[in-house]
Design a binder for this molecule. Structure first.
Ligand SMILES: Cc1cc2nc3c(=O)[nH]c(=O)nc-3n(C[C@H](O)[C@H](O)[C@H](O)COP(=O)(O)OP(=O)(O)OC[C@H]3O[C@@H](n4cnc5c(N)ncnc54)[C@H](O)[C@@H]3O)c2cc1C
Length: 365
């Protein structure tokens, strides 16, 4: 039986799209070669970002869906409603926290400013002398690879998954590395940074990141801790940057991010970059000096020029749809992406305005 839609890519975005299409009555064939995915490499911080109204809407809508899914997901998905503390190191960053608080509250998102004393009480392991923080309680974390597997397993009659490498897309037919082909009514490309192999015209650039994880130290911190400077560094479009960003895993481990580098596709760990990232972390969390880091790795985010994903019809290729370019926010925004995409593909009413994310903003019709 041929499916209504073929999805290339079973990362968190492809999996969420498969789930949502199946929910709307569409049969789906998901093809994934496990070539190496951002979903396996990421931190899984489900975080409200508000650098522009479209990012705020997409992340806020997505977080609401994650909270809906959470009670049904197994413990192995590691969903934890930890909240985020955006840490301000000085008065300038505290002003940024106040502005962020005003923007979030105007959007109906509950959040709370903490002064230095309240921050120290909330997270005693942080260094003394910090100015304060903004607490966003609606944020969470998830183990995204298992969440993707959970999504793909939700509708066994509607979703089929095959471990296949796609070599070419020809209309609504895809060619596979084993010489066979599959066809469907439509093809959805959700292959992260690999999407440019099939569509070199997509404005997606790989943005490398390093992550490290410690041994188990339960209770050291309880929120995801991110420096407010992260907002500036995460949007650099050249060079490299690091920011303090630490997550308390349910296992008691600390997951440490984050670095950002353009102009490299080499997955090797770069000791200098890792050291820079760890020094930044120790600056905020001095106790880290006494902990053991047991593993580190790298991954690539799929960055677009305006930091928004490409969600919708490919304007130049009949039957081809896109869900790619989620940069450092794809675990967070997979559910909203899926709802927008599935609504467009099935002709139902999108849950919110899809215009800011349409691929046509970069690709001429
Ligand atoms: C270091 C790092 C930290 C991050 N931290 C966070 C975070 O805290 N919060 C957050 O929200 N996001 C985070 N992200 C971003 C997030 O991980 C990504 O945006 C998200 O995983 C993208 O999912 P995806 O499904 O689009 O792509 P991917 O996960 O890359 O999946 C694409 C899939 O396509 C498959 N594929 C590719 N080519 C083919 C082919 N030819 N045939 C068949 N299959 C193919 C691959 O095997 C892969 O499984 C982070 C990313 C990195 C790198």
């Amino acid at each position: 039986m041929s499916a209504d839609v073929i999805i290339i890519g079973a990362g968190i975005v492809g999996a969420a799209c498969a789930y949502e299409l199946a929910r709307l009555g569409t049969t789906v064939l998901v093809l994934d070669a496990r070539l190496g995915s951002a979903t396996n490499a990421g931190m899984g911080h489900l975080v409200l970002m508000d650098d522009n109204p479209a990012e705020l809407t997409l992340s806020n809508e997505s977080l609401a869906t994650w909270r809906e899914w959470a009670p049904r997901m197994g413990a192995d998905c590691g969903f934890n409603h930890c909240g985020t503390l955006w840490v301000a190191a000085d008065e300038e960053e505290m002003s940024a926290a106040e502005e962020k608080s005003a923007r979030l509250k105007a959007h109906g998102v509950p959040c709370q400013l903490l002064d230095a004393r309240a921050l120290a009480a909330a997270e005693p392991a942080l260094r003394p002398g910090l100015t304060g923080a903004l607490k966003v309680g609606t944020d969470s974390m998830v183990y995204a690879p298992n969440a993707a597997r959970w999504l793909l397993a939700q509708a066994p009659k509607m979703i089929t998954v095959e471990a296949q490498t796609v070599t070419a897309i020809e209309g609504t037919c895809v060619r596979l590395a084993d010489g066979s082909q599959r066809s469907a009514g439509a093809v959805l490309l959700a292959a992260g940074i690999h999407s440019t192999k099939f569509c070199p015209e997509l404005p997606i650039r790989p943005k490398k990141g390093h992550i490290a994880i410690t041994d188990r130290y339960p209770g050291m911190i309880s929120h995801q801790l991110v420096e407010l400077g992260y907002i500036k560094s995460s949007h650099h479009s050249t060079g490299s940057s690091v920011a303090f960003n630490v997550q308390p895993r349910p296992t008691g481990q600390l997951m440490i991010g984050s670095s950002r580098q353009f102009d490299t596709t080499d997955p090797a760990i770069e000791p200098d970059m890792l050291a820079r990232m760890l020094r930044r972390t120790v600056d905020y969390l001095p106790g880290l000096n006494d902990l053991t880091v047991i593993r580190s790795w790298t991954g690539f985010r799929a960055a677009t020029p305006d930091s928004l994903p490409l969600i919708g019809r490919h304007p130049e290729r009949e039957g081809l749809w896109l869900a790619a370019g989620h940069e450092g926010l794809g675990a967070t925004t997979a559910p909203g992406t899926a709802r927008l995409l599935a609504a467009q593909m099935t002709g139902s009413v999108p849950p919110f305005d899809s215009a800011p994310y349409l691929p046509i903003r970069f690709l001429a019709a």
